[in-house]
Design a protein around this ligand. Structure first.
Ligand code: FAD
Ligand code: UDP
Length: 381
């Protein structure tokens, strides 16, 4: 018997397992159907001995000191500011769009004030910004939208930006200065020894038993736990009884080249050409020194592992109905990108998991604060 079953050993499941074990002193069986921990953040040495991310590039960035401090218990950090170029009209141009992007694309020589005025002249008036198309055309106008966003988004999501919630392309800012970093968060750093090592340290606790290659469905009939955290897809948990929630998938093609460097920056995006969306060269992220170099090509796909919840109003409505079922589920807490159907970055999943732990602790009598177990009824959801 375990106090807890935690389904999924990604950030959500691993943070919750660590908190339950170390703060409440409870025993946790942590399972994942994949043969490894770390979920989509899993990294490993490839055949050439280069550290790569099996499920595409994962760049850590956050504005939260608390998240950095929490994860910092399990890793040292390496400073890293991510940079991305987009291959547009035969040139490699900075994305997010900045002053240099516009000057080089259109052969202009604007300063920041000039770019503000130029944007004002090209942007389209949109009465109510609802979709991912609205966000972009109302900021940078139709031509930049067509060149940088429309094709990429159609490839990535299999949907036109006009069919996606504004939150998707709103992830990408527009700048009138020359800042070419992908993110502007106050903390931009990579776990020095990789994500998998971070997870190994997080899960190294006598109260935690990890069982890999194990699907929840295999254990469901003979429960050997009192309470559960579930971080897999929420529609799957309920046997798809209300219908399937759409998830976008990717096929990753990993290659090693016999040359020291292949790209000037970590990631190159392809909004106009190619079947893949982007290509990432890992040594930029990790700082590893190696005579060869490894890259990942990302091919979007309608089928395969669920990676991205698809932000659209009808999907949100269906998720809400599953969420109502989840609230009725006794002694089960749902957390993470798939179980809460949120397009969350890693730091947001960690934050959500820490607050889920606080709710669990509160509803079960706050053993972590008082130092002894008080028991009490669990709350769902
Ligand atoms: P996951 O990592 O998906 O973990 C869930 C785990 O549950 C999986 O390992 C799965 O196998 C397991 N599972 C599901 N169902 C079952 C079951 N029935 N039985 C047993 N196990 C089960 N975030 C960033 O902050 N920066 C980035 O640069 C970044 N890049 C990304 C790039 C890509 C291509 C993708 C797809 C995501 C990226 N993310 C990035 C987001 C990041 O991956 C997620 O925020 C994070 O991994 C979510 O953690 P999670 O625990 O919720 O989910
Ligand atoms: N996007 C785009 N062109 C780009 C980069 C991003 O159209 O060159 C859009 C696209 O819809 C993408 C979204 O912005 O899905 C968010 O981009 P981000 O790089 O944050 O995607 P992720 O890393 O989460 O896949």
């Amino acid at each position: 018997m375990h106090d807890w079953l935690v389904v999924g050993a990604g950030f959500a499941g691993s943070v919750l397992a660590e908190r339950l074990a170390s703060q409440r002193g409870e025993t946790v069986l942590l399972i994942d159907r994949r043969p490894h921990i770390a979920g989509n953040a899993f990294d490993h040495l490839d055949q050439a001995g280069i550290l790569i991310h099996r499920y595409g590039p994962h760049i850590f960035h956050t504005n939260s000191q608390a998240i950095v401090d929490y994860l910092g218990r399990f890793t040292a950090w390496r400073p890293y500011a991510h940079r991305v170029l987009a291959y547009v009209d035969g040139q490699l141009l900075p994305i997010p769009i900045n002053l240099d992007t516009v000057n080089r694309l259109y052969g202009l020589n604007l300063d920041s004030a000039g770019m503000e005025a130029w944007l004002a002249s090209v942007r389209e008036a949109v009465a109510r910004i609802k979709t991912s198309e609205d966000v972009v055309v109302s900021t940078v106008g139709r031509d930049l939208y067509e060149k940088f966003f429309r094709g990429y988004t159609r490839k990535q999501w299999g949907l036109d930006p006009s069919e996606l919630a504004k939150s998707v392309t709103a992830r990408i800012p527009t700048r009138t200065n020359r800042d070419d970093r992908y993110f502007t968060d106050s903390f931009q750093q990579m776990p020095r020894d990789g994500y998998t090592r971070l997870f190994e340290r997080m899960l190294d606790h006598p109260n935690i038993t990890v069982r890999l290659g194990t699907d929840y469905r295999e254990l469901q009939q003979n429960p050997s736990w009192a309470r559960m955290v579930y971080t897999g897809p929420i529609d799957e948990y309920f046997g798809f009884r209300l219908g399937r929630l759409p998830y976008r998938s990717l096929r990753f093609v990993h290659v090693t080249r016999d040359q020291q460097w292949a790209q000037p920056v970590a990631t190159i995006n392809y909004p106009q050409t190619e079947d893949y969306t982007r290509v990432t060269e890992y040594k930029h992220l990790t700082g590893q020194v190696h005579p060869q170099t490894s890259l990942t090509y990302e091919y979007p796909s309608a089928t395969g592992d669920p990676y991205y919840p698809v932000p659209r109003p009808e999907n949100e409505a269906l998720f809400k109905r599953y969420e109502a079922l989840a609230a009725e589920e006794p002694d089960v807490w749902f957390a993470g990108r798939l179980a809460t159907y949120r397009y969350y970055n890693m730091d947001q999943v960690v934050a959500q998991s820490l607050s889920t732990f606080a709710r669990i602790d509160e509803s079960l009598g706050g053993v972590s604060r008082r130092g002894h177990r008080l028991g009490g009824a669990a709350h769902a959801g």
